[in-house]
Design a protein around this ligand. Structure first.
Ligand code: IVH
Length: 692
């Protein structure tokens, strides 16, 4: 006999756990800390262990997997699981909409639209609200019974959230693995020395098709519902969007990117919006799906062979494609970084033809073991630079080599592993690789024409000095013929010399000179960015300009002064010091100014308008990284005062290790106490931009 109170408590725990499960896995909005959830979970587990009769199929404790199966049973779908026709171009979508308008006889059609998940289609059957069966799509007519595995997926309710469930309802949707879970799984697989999965879809398929559901339970899979199958005894609907609302009310996970749109413009706009978010979405999609919203229109339209006429999948260009590596070259960047680049047999991927893909650096090439002759998967997601994602090792070319005696032969790869060059491929300077850094660099500096060219391309780019018409090809030429060595030389160019260059008519030469001339009037942030200081991007350049107001103060700033700039840490500060530590860089700045490059003044944050003007700080104990003098300088730089003893007038006490009586006194007086990180964070406030 189970005592009544125990029975009640178990029922209550099941409801509570399901509620928090839904908050956590479906709404992404947990209400209680994980530890609190675990406590409730263990309580229910305890009760079920004590009274095994308590165990119900919908108990949240039953998501952990069970005994391994010998094989999956096959399941015949009550209604076939169909496929979708594809559209690739805008014209295909317009034709789809036109056919529908003509068939149903209307001017404007409403559509229910959503992402096309790149996972596996699943049919869930709920009987009287309880999940009783889950089957894969299979060939559309029969699939496999993966119920035990599906039960381990946390965002699938084991019981529908309604008091009036249909007798039986089929819910269709997609099982997938979120990108973050995929990456975590692959890291774990690597650490265990096990095989890595090629992509989230493969990982999801591999995880779902485990005969041992405990393995499935250990992988994080997710589910999104997108359709209703057969239903007995449920509500009736007039629109696809109403079905989706209903599914959501039952606590089934429904993607929040779904929308209702009208006409082909609405469809194409949705395609573009989702396309621009694609690489940032938490899961992979390969398109968007458009469904006629009205169910009566859907019935009128019907099906052609195995796909509905009322729906279509509008696909995005594949982000991955296969090709071969023809060569591996090493490119020299603006700061001397050497980047190995794979020269590829041209391949169409991510909407463009790709012939080069970055291999990042030596460590990455080693890890992926990319070699000439290899068949590789190239990936281009969003606007990112195409990269070699992985090698298809089975296709690596091998050759037969004779062994030591006549009868033994063995095989070895035709091409050896990649080795980084010891000398710069452009200027021959030696290559350095600092400890702990993945990147190798040419040590040639501005002696290296490749670095000079990249520095000039960077200088001229739109977001820097914005010299229209000075593109990569032209920079190549002016450097190669010796017309330009540094950015300052650009301002000395004359018409005659320029017009002598290949493919350079007098007209374009004078246009270029006009563009160079125009670029003299710039802004300080653009100028700082244009210098091409390592680790100083556009936003850091803006912060530096705001903080220092003048190029001279930036050039003479000390390490500690640099650290006071928002988002400038030790690495960036050191890069700036290194840059201005090179006399030739300072000389280029001077020459640029002499050539007439100017910008309007910026009023830097002064002591008088600092929020710390006149505030008193007391330092006590040993700080982890800053010296006493360093900390004092930082405080004074923002207009604060460093005092020796704590009194009621003290505003802040900065305490390090072994702080003694001063700290005690501060606590007694209720003065704000900071550690070193707290001081740094506080002083950042002083650097916040002044009203413009
Ligand atoms: S609706 C009649 N909606 O695409 C078929 N399918 O090519 C109705 N898929 O097997 C399917 N996301 O695995 C639909 N939002 C979505 C989808 C979607 C992915 C998959 C599904 C199906 C395949 C059809």
């Amino acid at each position: 006999m189970i005592p009544f109170s125990v029975n009640e408590r178990a029922a209550e725990l099941r409801v509570l756990l399901e509620y928090h499960n839904h908050r956590y896995y479906v709404l992404d909005d947990p209400e209680i800390p994980d530890a609190e959830y675990d406590k409730l979970f263990r309580e229910l587990q305890g009760l079920e262990a004590q009274y095994p009769l308590l165990l119900t199929a919908d108990s949240p404790t039953q998501r952990v997997g069970g005994a391994a199966l010998a094989a999956f049973n096959s399941v015949t779908h009550r209604t076939p699981m169909l496929s979708l026709n594809n559209a690739f171009e805008a014209e295909d979508v317009e034709a789809f909409d036109r056919r529908i308008r003509e068939t149903v006889g209307t001017d404007l059609v409403d559509y229910e639209v959503g992402p096309k998940f790149d996972g596996l289609a699943i049919n869930l059957t709920y009987e009287n609200g309880m999940l009783t069966q889950a089957a894969t799509r299979g060939d559309g007519l029969t699939g496999e019974d993966v119920t035990v595995n599906i039960r381990t997926i946390r965002n699938i309710p084991l019981k529908l959230a309604t008091d009036t469930p249909p007798q039986r309802v089929e819910i269709r949707g997609e099982v997938l693995m979120l990108k973050a879970d995929f990456e975590r799984l692959n890291r774990e697989q690597e650490a265990r020395g096990e095989k890595q999965f090629a992509n989230p879809r493969n990982a999801a398929a591999g995880s779902l098709r485990q005969l041992d559901s405990k393995i499935t339970a250990s992988r994080r899979l997710s589910f999104f519902a997108y359709n209703l199958g057969e239903m007995q005894g449920g509500p009736s609907f007039e629109a696809q969007s109403a079905i989706m609302d209903w599914l959501q009310s039952l606590h089934l996970p429904v993607c929040e990117l779904r929308q209702k749109v009208s006409g082909p413009q609405g469809l194409l706009q949705y395609y573009n919006t989702i396309g621009s978010q694609r690489s940032n979405l938490p899961f992979d999609i390969d398109g968007v799906v458009y469904k006629v919203d009205s169910l009566s229109y859907q019935r009128t339209l019907g099906f052609v062979s195995r796909a509905p006429r009322f729906a279509v999948a509008h696909k995005y260009p594949a982000e991955e494609a296969m090709t071969t590596v023809e060569a591996i070259d090493v490119q020299v960047g603006r700061t001397g970084a050497l980047t190995p680049v794979a020269r590829l047999k041209p391949v169409f991927v991510g909407g463009v033809t790709v012939t080069n893909a970055t291999l990042h650096n030596e460590d990455e090439i080693r890890r992926k073991d990319v070699r000439v002759g290899d068949t590789v998967v190239v990936r281009r997601a969003g606007d990112v630079i195409p990269e070699v994602a992985r090698v298809i090792i089975e296709r690596r070319p091998y050759r037969v080599v004779a062994g030591s005696d006549l009868f033994s032969v063995s095989q070895e790869p035709v091409h050896p592993p990649f080795e980084m060059l010891k000398a710069c491929p452009v200027c021959g300077s030696h290559v350095i690789k600092e400890d702990g850094e993945a990147v190798s660099r040419c040590s040639g500096g501005l002696f290296c024409s490749a670095q000079r060219k990249q520095a000039l391309i960077h200088f001229a780019q739109r977001r820097a000095m914005d010299i229209e018409g000075l593109g990569d090809k032209l920079v190549e030429q002016v450097v190669d013929v010796g017309l330009v060595r540094t950015p300052a030389d650009l301002y000395k160019l004359g018409l005659v010399k320029l017009a002598e260059l290949d493919r350079m008519a007098e007209k374009s030469a004078s246009n270029l000179l006009a563009a160079i001339d125009k670029s003299r009037f710039t802004t300080l942030p653009r100028f700082i960015y244009a210098l091409g200081i390592r680790n100083v991007g556009e936003s850091t350049a803006k912060d530096l300009a705001k903080h220092f107001g003048q190029i001279d103060t930036l050039m003479s700033a000390t390490y500690n002064q640099l650290l006071l700039v928002p988002d400038v840490g030790p690495v960036v500060a050191q890069s700036i010091l290194d840059f201005f530590g090179e006399p030739h860089n300072v000389e280029v700045v001077e020459q640029l100014r002499a050539a007439g490059v100017t910008w309007p003044d910026i009023e830097p944050r002064t002591m008088a308008n600092s929020p710390f003007a006149g505030k008193t700080f007391v330092l006590t104990g040993t700080l982890p990284t800053l010296s006493r003098d360093g900390a004092k300088a930082m405080i004074e730089a923002v207009g604060g005062k460093a005092a020796g003893s704590v009194s009621k007038k003290t505003d802040y006490v900065v305490a390090g290790a072994d702080a003694g009586s001063k700290l005690a006194k501060a606590q007694e007086l209720g003065i704000t106490i900071l550690d070193e990180a707290g001081l740094q964070a506080l002083l950042q406030v002083a650097q916040a931009p002044v009203a413009e």
